[in-house]
Write a new protein. Structure first.
Length: 247
């Protein structure tokens, strides 16, 4: 891979316990948040936004440029893909409710290399911890640079245009819910309970977003009564099985 004169970014795709690597690879995107307040830069000067997050979103939305390279990482040692930015900043609320992530800020990426049997692994802290979007530190991450130069990306030349991003009728949240339903079914949850869950999930999400917009986390009791109990009831749990605050 030819990287001379090209700016290289490192982009986190979640964390080890909750990641959205495959969403990025499937849709040809990198994602950032929070996005619940809308399109950048409409709330760039919001008084409640931490300066570090403001700077991070500014890098993602304003400083990344077409033809810049991106290393998709988890943690400080695992690289799952390398790609090239192919479009300007976009806002897609369809990505705003993925597994608890609020990541509707989007840049389109053509992936030049993607993991197959596992990520490319480097020594711990080869990549930077912390901010979702960061310039790649060439001196600290020289092993990553060396590896990138060795990649043969000739087969990615002339790829067809990127697939269209999901619409509101076929959004990332619906994809996630469908995958979660399949997983629960595999674990033995009845189809009738899954149907109940799908009917209730919209209300649960609305409650969660209401708390988020208010900048005030729910108390423990509110979490139990408004979120946890409705979820368990939708999955078929009886009051006797839940035994809330059983002495």
């Amino acid at each position: 891979m030819e990287i001379r004169g090209r700016k290289i970014w490192q982009q986190a795709a979640g964390d080890a316990d909750r990641n959205y690597v495959d969403i990025c690879l499937e849709w040809g995107v990198i994602l950032n948040g929070p996005a619940s307040l809308g399109r950048w830069p409409d709330y760039k000067n919001d008084q409640y936004m931490k300066p570090r997050k403001r700077m991070n979103l500014s890098q993602f939305c304003e400083e990344m440029e077409v033809s810049n390279l991106v290393v998709l990482r988890l943690g400080t040692s695992k690289v799952y893909a390398v790609g090239e930015i192919v479009g300007g900043y976009e806002f897609h609320e369809e990505f705003n409710e993925f597994d608890g992530w609020d990541i509707g800020h989007v840049r389109r990426v053509r992936w030049l290399w993607k993991y197959k049997n596992g990520p490319e692994e480097f020594p711990t802290f080869t990549l930077n911890w912390g901010d979702t979007t960061q310039p790649l530190n060439e001196s600290k991450s020289h092993l990553v640079i060396k590896w990138m130069k060795s990649l043969d990306v000739s087969e990615t030349v002339g790829q067809p245009k990127l697939k269209d991003l999901p619409s509101k009728n076929d959004n990332a949240r619906n994809i996630e819910i469908e995958e979660t339903s399949d997983c629960l079914f595999d674990e033995g949850v009845a189809s009738s309970s899954l149907s109940n869950l799908l009917n209730e999930i919209g209300e649960l999400i609305r409650f969660a977003k209401w708390y988020y917009r208010g900048n005030q986390p729910p108390s423990e009791n509110e979490s139990v009564y408004y979120l946890v109990v409705p979820l368990l009831r939708a999955l078929g749990w009886t009051p006797q099985r839940m035994a809330i605050e059983w002495k």
